[in-house]
Write a protein that binds this ligand. Structure first.
Ligand code: SF4
Length: 228
């Protein structure tokens, strides 16, 4: 059966190594991780689930991505890795689209990816084989202690030479303690750590494409956490 797709839209990549580049986004439906500050809760939260769900064919998704003239396609979620993505990644490649994946890394990856952004979540930690395949790591800093917590959990994996981005959780983007924690960590440790952010949100870039869904940020409500 074709994949459940929450939304697709043309925008720019607002985060990480490829920030600022034109990108086509395909957001799959479904995520069992349930972060309390999820910014795409329309893909899983019972209070925000859409009434209907589309299942376009992979070929149609790939054609739309290629027609957009985006430099690459990002498969995101939700948690896309709960799905078998091979048919979609094959179709995108057949249309000349490099394929980027954004994942928590907590599930086995099925598909052919040109770039993998792994964002660990404490509620369901990444598999070692996915950490080894990642091209960059994105840590969402939701408390001043979160960097130390994730560094301890990820251990040797963070000795890679790949970039490790430290992003303030969006609802705390003006929280001085978190911004200071990121700044001091990067100043003290240097590579592979980099201070990061979510540029597309400052631009409201995604919403300029009418096919994008209204964002549903949970904003850190503990009631919306893993037990939801
Ligand atoms: S932020 Fe957390 S809950 Fe939201 S889609 Fe990503 S892993 Fe799932």
């Amino acid at each position: 059966m074709a994949l459940p797709i929450h939304e697709q839209f043309h925008s720019f990549q607002g985060e990480g190594f490829h920030a600022g580049r034109a990108a086509y986004f395909i957001r799959t439906y479904g995520c069992p991780v349930h972060c309390p500050w999820c910014d795409s809760a329309g893909t899983w939260h019972p209070d925000h689930k859409p009434e209907t769900l589309e299942r376009p064919e992979a070929e149609a998704l790939a054609r739309a991505a290629a027609n957009s003239k985006a430099e690459f396609t990002v498969i995101t979620g939700g948690e896309p890795a709960i799905h078998d993505l091979r048919t979609l990644t094959d179709a995108l490649h057949a249309h000349g689209q490099p394929v980027h994946l954004e994942t928590s890394g907590a599930f086995p990856l099925q598909g052919d990816f040109d770039w993998i952004t792994l964002s660990p979540k404490r509620w369901k930690l990444p598999l070692p084989e996915n950490i080894a395949r990642a091209n960059e790591i994105k840590i969402i800093v939701d408390t001043p202690d979160a960097i130390e917590e994730y560094v301890a959990v990820m251990g040797e994996a963070l000795r890679h030479t790949i970039p490790v981005w430290l992003h303030p959780e969006w609802s705390k983007r003006d929280d001085g303690a978190i911004l200071t924690a990121i700044t001091e960590w990067v100043k003290t440790k240097g590579a592979p750590f980099r201070a990061g952010g979510q540029w597309h949100k400052y631009y409201a870039a995604d919403s300029l494409d009418p096919r994008s869904a209204d964002p549903v940020p949970l904003g850190g409500d503990p009631a919306c956490g893993p037990s939801t």
